[in-house]
Design a protein around this ligand. Structure first.
Ligand code: SF4
Length: 403
């Protein structure tokens, strides 16, 4: 039931993302807004975050918070006390709906049982643990600080602390990765029976050591992956998996996880029934979310904006929102399709009509028919979704929905 304000108006829903931009060390593939920092900087950052939360809460007093996500970076590099301060402030300043999903990302080797117990007591009820791979060599080349034993220890400590909703992140298409080692990672994760698994393929992003070593992905494709040897440091002269190997890993993920009761509900996300990530669904269905902390992006009532990406500016207490952009109808329709088609259930024709006042057919009839004929889209019970083959070439399908 939707909450009613004192003046009788219905409260709008809002999700909150909180960015913690600190990590123990920078990974070789990472282009996220994150870096190592000393304890004093982390504390000052949390102080500023609390200030921003208080300031923003005045603007969002008419909203009911339906999910919270602490991401990074590595939120678990903060002390339990600082994380507790953030949660306390959330509950004090915002209308948090009872029982909502509150997730924190956690990396192995940064959270022990005590810290996880404190999280649980503070109200965090879902953890997302970054494993990426169970293979020590693959983790080393990624630049991660943990091994599989560290991950298991964190996972078991989380269970002991009371967490019954845990996501594990894994990655495929890693340098030096073989189909058998990826299978081994999946099997080891499945043995622990987490409620949710996110399985992403490595993307080589500009500005990362991987980009310097491997070049950009377009060049890899253009040259038939001939550039698959790393350049530079000797110890990173490893192949990226071939396209055929990548395909095998990709197909294996769905088959293995389906056999163990995980259903794929988004291109890269799998869950046991009832454990789909509510917060991420907010992004894919274009609901309101407020980003707090440096670089955090927001989408509120059709307007996109983000916080400064500069730590020093943020530490000076400057929380001005940057790049404010009110989306026009055309942008909204495109986003509706791009984001909605990432979901395996696809987009609702009725929802499109409700949001835009026109039938989806009138705007995208031609594109839908074309993709249907190519076997990449299908229509079922008022919804349009990618076929199995469509998921494989989702970027191509999405490009058909640009207006
Ligand atoms: S732990 Fe995550 S956010 Fe931090 S550097 Fe590694 S990949 Fe980036």
């Amino acid at each position: 039931m939707r909450k009613i304000k004192e003046d009788g108006a219905v409260m709008k829903e809002l999700s909150i993302y909180i960015h913690i931009p600190f990590c123990v060390k920078k990974c070789n593939y990472c282009d996220f807004l994150s870096a190592p920092a000393d304890e004093n900087t982390k504390k000052r950052y949390v102080d500023m975050l609390l200030m921003e939360m208080e300031e923003a809460s005045k603007e969002y007093s008419g909203y009911e918070v339906v999910s919270v996500f602490l991401g990074g970076g590595t939120p678990s590099v903060l002390t339990a006390e600082d994380t507790g301060r953030i949660l306390t402030s959330l509950y004090e300043e915002y209308n948090i709906k009872n029982g909502v999903e509150i997730t924190s990302e956690v990396n192995p080797k940064t959270a022990d049982n005590e810290k996880l117990k404190a999280y649980y007591q503070a109200g965090i009820n879902r953890l997302s643990i970054g494993l990426q791979s169970a293979d020590a060599g693959e983790l080393k080349i990624l630049g991660r600080i943990h091994d599989f034993e560290d991950f298991s220890a964190t996972f078991n400590a989380a269970r002991e602390a009371g967490f019954s909703n845990i996501n594990v992140d894994v990655m495929s298409a890693l340098p030096g990765q073989r189909v058998s080692s990826y299978q081994d990672t999946l099997k080891k994760v499945l043995a622990l029976s987490p409620e949710h698994i996110s399985a992403y393929s490595l993307m080589i992003e500009e500005g990362t050591p991987f980009f310097d070593w491997y070049g950009d992905e377009d060049a890899l494709r253009r040259d038939g992956r001939e550039m698959k040897y790393a350049r530079g440091e000797k110890n990173v002269h490893l192949h990226l998996p071939s396209e055929e190997e990548e395909r095998k890993m990709y197909e294996m993920t769905e088959q293995l996880l389906a056999r163990r009761g995980y259903h794929r509900y988004e291109i890269s996300n799998y869950a046991k029934p009832g454990y789909e990530c509510f917060h991420n669904m907010v992004y894919w269905t274009r609901k309101n979310y407020l980003g707090l902390g440096i670089g955090a992006a927001s989408f509120i009532n059709g307007e996109r904006f983000h916080n400064t990406e500069d730590l020093q500016t943020y530490l000076c207490g400057k929380f001005e929102k940057e790049d404010r952009m009110v989306l026009v109808q055309q942008d909204c329709m495109e986003e509706f399709m791009f984001l909605g088609l990432r979901l395996i259930k696809g987009v609702s024709e009725r929802e499109f009509q409700l949001q835009f006042g026109v039938p989806i057919e009138a705007i995208y009839g031609e594109a839908i028919t074309k993709m249907e004929k190519q076997g990449l889209l299908k229509r079922k019970e008022g919804r349009i979704c990618l076929t199995h083959r469509g998921i494989d070439v989702s970027n191509y399908v999405m490009s058909e929905f640009l207006l």
